[in-house]
Design a protein around this ligand. Sequence first.
Ligand SMILES: [Zn+2]
Length: 130
Amino acid sequence: MKNDYLCPFCKGHLKVKNSVIFSARKPNGERGILLLSPELGNYSVRKHRTFKLEDGVKTDLYCPICHANLMAQNYNNNLARIISIDEYGEENIILISEIVGERCTYVIHGKQVDRFGDDEPNYFGAGTEF
Ligand SMILES: [Zn+2]
């Protein structure tokens, strides 16, 4: 899959080569850059060794281009929202967890949701309407 990923606010491209790039802020205000995998269901995270993340802690994600807070308020405050565009130009909403170590990704297209990751049951129980 050769999806591109866009900021929902500025429509800037978040994917560079094989990483989706975010600016992150920990609850203590410390900021850093996170490189996530563009592959859905791959939860590898690359970052500088001095930017330490603690499992279970919410880390706010921001667009590295326009600095908008990506929190998906319309869905769940623990999730961040970006846009994917597939090779046919179709746009979908992607939701990822801002909780460090929580492995779940949701792809919303119309009223359907595709789920990825071991922790996907944590959000959007059966019968959720989009
Ligand atoms: Zn942006």
